[in-house]
Design a protein around this ligand. Structure first.
Ligand code: SF4
Ligand code: SF4
Length: 115
């Protein structure tokens, strides 16, 4: 989505994503998506056994082509519903340029600009 000629997106700190699926459900309810349709979908990598014997799970929610960055909510000053409902507070909405700067602060982040 563009606002003031600026592209907006979602920054996801997947280091701390718990894989709870709440973002998927919140988006689906907000946009009244039919069975099998998703605005955002969780990808899972693992479980993978690490050298220390522990297991690693990695989850990354990926916006689909149905994601409109919650245009109607944003217009009235609200956050996108996936961001508002994320249980681990790992999703940030904002101008892509600002979000890209945040990515310099830590690893294991992804930036999506679906519109
Ligand atoms: S920004 Fe809105 S439309 Fe896009 S994935 Fe999140 S809840 Fe769904
Ligand atoms: S709501 Fe947040 S913690 Fe849960 S799966 Fe989505 S991004 Fe990960």
């Amino acid at each position: 989505m563009s606002k003031n000629n600026e592209r907006y997106g979602l920054l996801i700190d997947y280091d701390f994503c718990t894989g709870c699926h709440t973002c998927e459900a919140a988006c689906k309810v907000e946009h009244k998506l039919a069975y099998g349709q998703w605005g955002i979908k969780l990808a899972q990598d693992g479980p993978r056994k690490l050298e220390n014997g522990r297991y690693e799970f990695v989850y990354v929610p990926i916006p689909t082509s149905l994601c409109d960055l919650c245009e109607d909510l944003v217009k009235v000053g609200k956050f996108p519903t996936c961001v508002a409902h994320c249980q681990a507070d790992v999703m940030t909405y904002g101008p892509v340029k600002e979000l890209a700067k945040k990515m310099a602060d830590k690893p294991k982040m992804v930036l999506f600009a679906p519109r």
